[in-house]
Design a protein around this ligand. Structure first.
Ligand code: NCD
Length: 301
């Protein structure tokens, strides 16, 4: 029996569930690194339903499923019957009869939860609008655990804290690990009220954060989520992490980013010892292997 059926919000997991998944990811790490393939999900099929663009999330789910021996089918919004007027509920009802697990990304907050209500098979939320992105959070936590520390980590969340679903999921999980959270953002991109009430965090300037923290979690200012382009223009390019800004950083500071990056981190930083974001993206594979092997029932040989 798996510990949970669907993975919609990070709130669906207890700290024990998260620790369990992170240690499971450790056991899959060599398979992902050595690019090997297991057979534990042989015969199982994953459907990727992406109604919003994705590179890393979709491809790392696909890689994870294939490395576990399973198959993958993909659908993007252009191909979907949605353009013919089909409802999301109907699409899910049909696809859940074909496959063993569905990974869904949608621009509407709550879409994954709604999908789960209409599905016979596990639904994994790969991002619902500005809502949640729990699998990204698990790989973020895994990155902290492997490359820095998780318990009591001092971390600054930088950039678009209002619309970033990766931040919305991550802050909740960080609370479980008694992290010291700093917020660095323009006034108009502050965390939503309901999260601010839940989370213990301090607002600081970027320079102060850099000399203080173990990890910087930088996000893209998400143009597509602004109701008004003028509002976006006011804050676009607010923060850029450059080598000179990092001069006062702790020796072992790590810089994370869910990617894609636009201009929040200067390319010159990529070669510094602090830059961990590409490795972070790779950790999506063992972490998603852990998630998939958990939600899909499989028989040991
Ligand atoms: C993020 C997303 O889609 O929420 N990307 C990701 O999944 N790695 C962040 C973003 O789009 O800026």
């Amino acid at each position: 029996m798996s510990r949970f059926k669907h993975l919609i919000s990070i709130d669906d997991l207890t700290k024990e569930d998260i620790d369990y998944l992170l240690s499971k990811a450790d056991s899959f790490l060599p398979i992902a690194e050595e690019k090997r393939k297991l057979k534990i999900l042989e015969g199982k099929i994953l459907a990727n339903l992406f109604f919003e663009p994705s590179t890393r999330t979709r491809m790392s789910f696909e890689t994870a499923m294939r490395r576990l021996g399973g198959d993958v089918i993909n659908m993007t919004s252009q191909e979907a019957s949605i353009v013919k007027g089909e409802t999301l509920a109907d699409t899910i009802r049909v696809v859940s009869k074909y496959v063993d697990v569905i990974v869904i990304r949608h621009s509407l907050e709550g879409a994954a939860r709604f999908a789960a209500e209409n599905s016979d098979v596990p639904i994994i939320n790969a991002g619902d609008g500005a809502g949640q992105h729990p699998t990204q959070t698990l790989l973020d936590l895994y990155t902290l655990k492997r490359e820095s520390k998780l318990d009591g980590v001092k971390i600054a969340l930088v950039g678009d804290l209002k619309y970033s679903r990766t931040v919305h999921s991550l802050v909740k999980a960080l609370m479980l690990y008694k992290a010291k959270i700093y917020l660095v953002c323009p006034d108009s991109l502050m965390l939503p009220e309901e999260l601010l009430e839940e989370v213990r965090a301090e607002r600081v300037e970027i320079e102060d954060a850099i000399s203080e923290v173990d990890a910087l979690y930088v996000t893209r200012i998400q143009k597509e989520r602004f109701p008004d382009e003028e509002e976006y223009k006011k804050v676009a390019g607010s923060y850029t992490i450059t080598s000179s800004l990092l001069e006062n950083a702790k020796e072992d500071l790590i810089i994370m980013h869910p990617l894609p990056r636009v201009d929040e981190i200067a390319v010159e930083v990529d070669n510094s010892k602090h830059a961990i974001y590409f490795k972070q993206a790779f950790y999506g594979v063992p972490v998603r292997m852990a998630i998939l092997s958990e939600v899909i029932e499989w028989k040991r040989d």
